[in-house]
Design a protein around this ligand. Structure first.
Ligand code: AMP
Ligand code: ZN
Ligand code: FE
Ligand code: FE
Length: 283
């Protein structure tokens, strides 16, 4: 059976509400799902309650943007209590940084003669964390570009004319705080860090010395060679392997949930390792 440990809901830049996500997972026959919204755990408790009714394990998750020198890394945190007040407070500067950055991007666009106001952003992102994919969607709706990809390439990508930086923690701080909240820290989509696969060995060795627990070897855009390389690195450093689709609903229509895409099925055996490591971590 397949599991999917990387999904986004409308609490960040996905388009599905937790009930839609759980219903979809149930229809596909997934045995477990993790909700990993960007910098928020707002949808987790609701998804877990819905999962219990539908007979699907919903693992608590979050995806934290962090930095290691010049590299932007995404760290997945699993198994954190969504009601953990300390951890929620720690996430707040990330959320405020997003708001400030979004406003800066809108100002940059305005300077280029492209007007998007705050109300429009709220319309496409009515709750939770807003991000560049929402702005990309508005640029497509307005006919400024013809795809989200083009919006990133021409305006929103790092270093492009409308791009603006935002606050982030270091990867080491993210790992430490995930641990302090009783969770596991996993490096998301490591294949994206370097297509030639040279950087992964260095960064994963460094992060594992700082407490990293796992690597997301199963990811739709990873080739078999990439997955094998990441599995080998995980085994060398005593890390667990996880997998997920990075489903964003209609905001990334080509990405389907694991199991819904017959070519992508992270096996449920991965969950046992995650569970075993979580119980080791917490007690
Ligand atoms: P943000 O959270 O605002 O920093 O935006 C990051 C989100 O934008 C992530 O979900 C990325 O997957 C998405 N993203 C990055 N590059 C692109 C692209 N070229 N096309 C569509 N989405 C992208
Ligand atoms: Zn996203
Ligand atoms: Fe990510
Ligand atoms: Fe993601």
């Amino acid at each position: 059976m397949c599991i999917d440990l990387h999904t986004h809901s409308l609490y960040s830049d996905g388009t599905c509400a937790p009930d839609e996500l759980v219903a979809l997972a149930s229809r596909i026959g997934l045995c477990a799902l993790a909700l990993t919204d960007h910098d928020t755990m707002e949808g987790v408790a609701e998804s877990q309650a819905l999962g219990r009714k539908a007979g699907i394990r919903v693992i608590s998750g979050v995806e934290i943007s962090a930095t290691l020198r010049q590299h932007v890394l995404h760290i997945l945190g699993y198994g954190i209590d969504p009601g953990d007040e300390d951890f929620r407070r720690w996430l707040q500067p990330l959320q405020e940084g997003r708001q400030r950055r979004n406003m800066a991007i809108l100002r940059n666009l305005q300077g280029m003669g492209i007007r998007i106001d705050q109300e429009e952003l709220e319309r496409v992102s009515p709750q939770g964390q807003s991000g560049r994919p929402h702005i990309a969607r508005l640029l497509v709706e307005k006919g400024v570009v013809d795809s989200a990809d083009a919006a990133f390439h021409q305006y929103l990508g790092r270093g492009k004319p409308a791009w603006a930086p935002r606050f982030s923690y270091s990867a080491v701080e993210a790992i430490t705080r995930v641990h302090r909240a009783g969770g596991l820290a996993v490096l998301a989509h490591p294949g994206q860090l370097d297509p030639s696969l040279r950087l992964q060995g260095i960064l994963i060795a460094e992060l594992s010395r700082k407490g990293l627990d796992g690597v997301e070897a199963w990811y739709p855009s990873h080739t078999k060679k990439t997955r094998k390389r990441l599995q080998a690195l995980a085994s060398r450093h005593g890390l667990i392997v996880t997998g997920g689709s990075d489903f964003h609903g209609a905001n990334k229509p080509t990405i389907r949930l694991a199991g819904d895409n017959p070519a992508f099925c992270p096996p449920d055996a991965l969950l046992e390792d995650l569970q075993a490591r979580l119980s080791r971590e917490c007690c």
